[in-house]
Design a protein around this ligand. Structure first.
Ligand code: HEM
Ligand code: MTE
Ligand code: MO
Length: 467
């Protein structure tokens, strides 16, 4: 076996551009990741922050990297070791950027601690039509900013010749207060079922990356109008920036089409209340965007800036993530510019009771779950099968009546049915139908995609019957 190549930190540092090649270190190992930069699921620009230096300070920020498959990818690019005198841990300070994150509810199932990503257990998720704030699923990409409500300002960029606004919380309270019940769903909800079919890159969400709240705040259309914005003839987008940012100061960002933002019937909010309380810190205190019927990623939290632009947000999360692709597309062939950003989500449903793998009594079974569709499309029916999809029964829909084209919130549903005699197990399946008669696909295979988004195949739960 040949001895490893030995490099100094100085040599590593000189490899920090596409021309020289891109090297990084982890511990005492040196890697040439030039070929990997364009394949990085977290984006090229993020990886480049570590070019020529240690990964540790950045991976401390994104614990998604503490997984064996990430280490395996990196190992393929190893070119040698640091020289002994350079092995000492880097002097770069890695003070914990998450030290100030809020305290969370112990019931939450944590998918990632830093940044914090967690979902309520399914047995709690549908106990209430309105999800209690402490167990509302949380999807953070960065540390939670700690904002002072007294000095908070929302910057609204005016049109050319118009007026930019710098709004305090009190200023926002002066706009008519609008309240609406909205279900928020992450594009990655139910990703773990896609992973079971074939590996994807992303957080392993179960079926709980969805929750419902009553949101109150100013309507975005009212605030944009005050800044002098009008619906333009040409395509335009409203871009949002969060006040959470990475070490380089890059903020979370996303955008929605101007037409939706300006439509009073679309009820897009700059929300400052969640279920009658000020927003909890994890959910965007003091102000977040709520875009009814649209994927969670556009509901920008800790909102700092709103602007109207001719193009969609240039944020990584608008352009290089939250897009759907054919099952044939992999990380070598993916062209993010070729697919539209996800806005409205497809019809979705899942079983929350009984739990997969549970043993239930014979006699009667109660099946419960949720159903929801994007774009304000109402759920008109949920079908449940106890035999893997051979025969079906129609579930009873609970929850609030839905307004036509403005069905922003989920329906909870249930079915009580006799357990067919002689059975030792049941394959329970559910599928929802929305008012455009959109249905869910029966399996994951035809909708599998490399990022594991838009996972809405029939939800299946396997249970045993007590003898
Ligand atoms: C995601 C590898 C450097 C930020 C990922 C994932 C892999 C990966 C495999 C997907 C993991 C999963 O979802 O299961 C690497 C390698 C790196 C590197 C091999 C070095 C050669 C960096 C750096 C940063 C970074 C330096 C930040 C400055 C991110 C982010 C995500 C990610 C933000 C996406 C997390 C999410 O929202 O799902 N990386 N990474 N990465 N990485 Fe890296
Ligand atoms: N806004 C900011 N500023 N930072 C974020 O990381 N995450 C987005 C969105 N808004 C995010 C954000 C994503 S992907 C989702 S699914 C929702 O917030 C989750 O909202 P919640 O944590 O209140 O459930
Ligand atoms: Mo999300």
């Amino acid at each position: 076996q040949e001895p490893p190549h030995i490099y100094t930190r100085e040599e590593v540092r000189s490899h920090s551009s596409p021309e020289t090649g891109i090297w990084v270190t982890l511990g005492s190992e040196v890697f040439d990741v030039t070929e990997f930069v364009d394949l990085h699921p977290g984006g090229q620009s993020k990886l480049m922050l570590a070019a020529g230096g240690p990964l540790e300070p950045f991976w401390a920020l994104y614990a998604v990297h503490n997984q064996s498959h990430v280490r395996e990818i990196l190992a393929q690019y190893k070119i040698g070791e640091l020289s002994p005198e350079d092995k000492a841990p880097s002097t770069l300070k890695t003070s914990d950027p998450y030290a100030d994150d809020p305290i969370r509810h112990p019931a939450l199932k944590i998918n990632s601690q830093r940044p914090f990503n967690a979902e309520p257990p399914l047995e709690l998720l549908t106990e209430n039509y309105i999800t209690p704030n402490p167990i509302f699923f949380t999807r953070n990409h960065l540390p939670v900013p700690n904002l002072d409500p007294d000095t908070y300002r929302l910057h609204v960029v005016g049109p050319p010749g118009g007026q930019s606004l710098s709004l305090s919380l009190d200023d926002l309270y002066q706009f008519p207060k609008h309240e609406v019940t909205v279900t928020l769903q992450c594009a990655g909800n139910r990703r773990s079922e896609m992973t079971q079919f074939k590996e994807v890159r992303g957080l392993g969400w179960n079926a709980g990356a969805i929750s419902t709240a009553r949101w109150a705040g100013a309507r975005l259309c009212d605030v944009l109008a005050q800044a002098g914005h009008q619906l333009s003839e040409t395509e335009a987008h409203v871009c949002f920036e969060g006040l959470d940012s990475d070490p380089t100061g890059t903020a979370y960002g996303a955008s929605i089409p101007l037409a939706r933002a300006m439509d009073p019937e679309a009820e897009v909010l700059l929300a400052y209340e969640m279920n009658g309380q000020p927003l909890p810190r994890d959910h965007g205190f003091p102000v977040r965007v709520v875009v009814p019927g649209v994927v969670g990623a556009r509901h920008v939290k800790w909102l700092g800036k709103v602007s109207v632009e001719p193009e969609e947000s240039y944020s990584h999360w608008q352009r290089r993530d939250y897009k759907g692709f054919s099952p044939s597309v992999d990380w070598d062939t993916v062209d993010f510019d070729s697919a539209p950003s996800i806005q409205e989500l497809p019809v979705q449903s899942a079983i929350t009771q009984p739990k997969d793998g549970e043993t239930i009594e014979s006699g009667e079974v109660t099946v419960k779950g949720y159903a929801w569709s994007g774009g304000g499309r109402a759920v008109v029916r949920v079908d449940v099968s106890l035999d893997g999809g051979l025969t079906w029964q129609v579930a009873e829909l609970d929850g609030e009546e839905q307004r036509p084209r403005k069905a922003w919130a989920w329906r909870l549903w249930q079915l009580q049915a006799p357990v067919p005699p002689g059975k030792t197990e049941l394959n329970i399946v559910c599928k929802a139908v929305d008012d455009s008669y959109n249905v869910q696909p029966d399996t994951v295979a035809p909708i599998w995609n490399l990022r594991g988004v838009l996972s809405n195949a029939w939800h299946r739960v396997h249970v045993h019957i007590a003898p």
